[in-house]
Design a protein around this ligand. Structure first.
Ligand code: SF4
Length: 379
């Protein structure tokens, strides 16, 4: 029987890089396969990060390639851009992620059983990319709940109640078992008309169960998974079951700095001044320099910090066809002095409000739209 593969995708962003370092240091017994999907349009800092990581891990990070594209001499983005006749990708038409990230990944897995490690942090609410393929299972080592929502759905499925509780009885007794049964007994419907409600209840059930002890909850889930076709069902044991670490943004920066791999420079804040007011900007994400998920202040950052790349991004737009990176605004319009001033002032305003509300991090403001973005590209 073929072994389950353990895969870790490096996006070029801080979280996946820190995940690789963290898992390599803590679980040297794992044979991780690292991979990177190059769109050909990443910032130089991304390639630098990949080189630094390879040196640190002592292993190469496999660049997933598509032989059909390589023979054309084009890079992946330009190849697909031409085949779409200049139709730019957007949040509604994300052909870029589907063709340049997910497809090469699924080809790489090639039907094998695989566990994919995803660097969503413990201080984030979002769910990661979950493959629809049954042979690929996602695990989130930075979170209190390492399991993906599809696994949680199976565990808390009312029809599975008796079987699941049977497994959990090896780890819970007395009061704790009663509490666990109460948690499982909270009604939940997976009817598609109650999707949002079900997600909330599922999260609450998982959190309350984990509050009774992370490792024993994980052990119960792992035993239950043995009755399924999930890739982890093939493993005799799994060291991450005992892992109770929850890592947040500060930990990620610390790991990158302490390891010597370093934080990609585009995350570093740069000061600017407009109308006598001081502000700071940076880039919040890895991925293509022209990514349509970036905020307008990040476009201004690109224009002022990497004018050559901004110019290249402009060249992809077609005013005649209304193919623009930002809806209803061309990059040419965005860099008019009055418009830049307006964007910067709006950013300063927003930063001040957010700082006084809850967070001292510029990234919390810039990452606002990332939650709807592309985990595959930015983590
Ligand atoms: S970084 Fe943005 S533009 Fe590049 S593949 Fe990801 S979503 Fe598409």
């Amino acid at each position: 029987m073929a072994k389950t593969r353990h895969l870790l995708g490096i996006s070029g962003g801080k979280d996946s890089a820190a995940l690789a370092i963290y898992l390599n240091d803590k679980y040297p017994q794992f044979d991780f396969e690292y991979y990177f999907c190059d769109t050909g349009k990443e910032l130089d800092e991304t390639y630098q990060l990949i080189n630094n990581l390879e040196s640190y891990l002592g292993k190469s990070i496999k660049k997933l390639e598509n032989p059909d594209i390589d023979s054309t001499g084009d890079n992946p983005f330009d190849f697909y851009y031409k085949s779409f006749r200049g139709y730019l990708p957007s949040p509604q038409a994300r052909w870029c992620t589907a063709l340049m990230k997910l497809k090469p990944f699924e080809n790489f897995v090639n039907g094998d059983d695989a566990v994919s490690y995803v660097g969503i942090r413990g201080d984030e609410e979002r769910e990661g990319y979950i493959s629809k393929e049954a042979n690929i299972q996602s695990i989130f080592p930075f979170r209190k709940n390492i399991w993906s929502s599809d696994v949680m759905t199976k565990v808390f499925q009312p029809e599975n109640f008796e079987m699941v509780i049977d497994y959990f009885q090896s780890y819970y007794s007395g009061n704790d078992l009663d509490k666990l049964v109460d948690i499982f007994n909270e009604p939940i419907s997976f009817d598609k008309n109650h999707k949002n409600e079900a997600e909330k209840i599922l999260k609450r059930k998982a959190n309350s169960s984990l509050d009774l002890g992370i490792a024993r909850f994980n052990r119960g889930v792992f035993d239950f998974l043995k009755t399924t076709k999930y890739p982890l069902a093939k493993e005799i044991d799994y060291v991450l079951l005992e892992n109770e670490d929850v890592l947040v943004r500060d930990d990620i920066f610390r790991i990158l700095r302490e390891s010597g791999v370093g934080v990609p420079e585009y995350y570093e804040k740069v000061e600017f001044e407009v109308d006598g007011q001081k502000g700071e900007y940076a880039r919040s994400r890895s991925g293509c320099y022209f990514c349509f998920f970036q905020q307008k202040i990040e476009w201004v950052w690109l224009y002022e910090q990497h004018p050559d790349l901004f110019k290249k991004a402009m060249a992809y737009e077609s005013e005649d066809d209304l193919f623009t990176w930002i809806p209803n605004e061309t990059l040419k319009e965005l860099i008019q002095p009055e418009r830049i001033k307006q964007i910067k002032l709006g950013h300063i305003n927003r930063t001040n409000k957010t700082k006084t509300k809850s967070s001292p991090y510029l990234l919390d403001i810039l990452e606002g739209t990332e939650r709807d973005g592309c985990n595959t590209c930015f983590l």
